[in-house]
Each structure stands twice: as structure tokens, then as C-alpha cells.
Design a protein around this ligand. Sequence first.
Ligand SMILES: [Zn+2]
Length: 241
Amino acid sequence: MQSRFFSSIFTVFSILGYTSLVAVPIYLAGRVLSLWGNYLPFTPVIVIIQGILSALILQADFTRYSPGANDNAAAVGMVLACARYYKNQPLKNTEIILLASGCEEVGCYGIRRYLDQYRAEVKEARFIDYELIGRGLPTVTVREGLLFKQKCDEELAEIANDACRQTGIPMRRNESQVYGEGYVINKQGFAGITLTADPEGKPDVYWHTPRDTMDKLDKATLEMMFNWTKNILEEIDRGAV
Ligand SMILES: [Zn+2]
């Protein structure tokens, strides 16, 4: 299955990365000791790349983790808010499935596994993904991905656009240089959009750092995101008759 395939590739790269931490110094030492001096012009380049890779891996593992308020506890809160709201007033024609899939940062394992397992059951589903929704203005990520870009579902983006207008705030569209669940969902042929809050004009440093704390979340933004979500769901529900 496609997602298993990508997961395996990621695993292979991780193993290669960690192996190189050990193997490259041994290799370089071997070259120096065996006096293959002719090849040594490449040595400084290899050493520098190796040093950077090692520093990245060690820095990530041995420094303080991000508290993860905006990325992505805010989204978990939104899922819980939806659960509380729709538990007592379900939509007329639409079933809502709430999913906190996790493991996005390391390769979207959560959503990949979910789609693998429930592919048939959710093939008609429309997916709404939340990413960094705690500060800023309502935005749909229309294209995402690092090397290969993936477009979001255009019909859903239009629904989101109308739904946002109803809140009185115009919707923005952005592109993401990284990939998240929205990428995987659309890549695998499902319909999905990623809702985010674009902190235009505000400092955008409160994610993936120790500064991503709860006090940085903006209550008004979260309320707006919730109202936007309700409008989207109601619009989908009207169309589902
Ligand atoms: Zn993140």
C-alpha cells in the first residue's frame, strides 16, 4: 500500500542517518590511516556534512522539546470542542468522525495508518485537517509539500471560502513548504483541506520551539476557527441531502 511504502522509505532513511553517525567517522579514519591521501580533497566536505547532520540529530534529541501549544494542541482542542458541540446536536445528513491521528512530524504515520485501515469506510469522506490554528487569520493551505507539491481539494476550498465569508472575515490561501496530513489525504485520492491561521504581521516563531506555550494562543482566533468549522460542516451537510 502506498502509505506503507512511504513509511518504509522513511524508516530506511532514518536507519541510514543513524548508521552514518557511526560509519562515516570510521570510514574517514580508515582512509587517513591507510594513507589514501589522493582522495582526501573530499574529506573536509564529508566532515562538514557529517558534522551538521550529527548536530541536528543530537540537538533534536538532547534539547528541550516544544510544549506544542499551537503545534498542535490547539487542533486537539478544536477536535474536542467539536465533539462537545456535535454530541448533542448532530448534523442531519452527515456523520462526523473525529480523529487525532498524531505522528505528523515524523512522517504522518497516524493518518497513513488510519487510511490503510479504513480506506473503504472513508472513501466518500471529506477531511478537514487543522494545523497551527492558534494565532492569526483564517487560511486554507492550497498547496503543500517539500519537493513535490500536492493541491488541496478545490471543492472543499470553495466551501471553506463561502463558510469563512459568513464569519465576516475573508479567507486567505497559502502554500506550505512542508507536508502534513492534507498532503497524504489528497495524494491518496481522498478529498481534504488543511485549515490554518496565518499569523501575518505577528511573530511566527511560536512553533517547533520551547516558546510554543499556551499563553501564545489567541482566544478570538480559536473562536473564529470554531465558527468557521461549524459553517463548513453545515454547508457540507446541506449539500449531502
Ligand atoms: Zn509541527
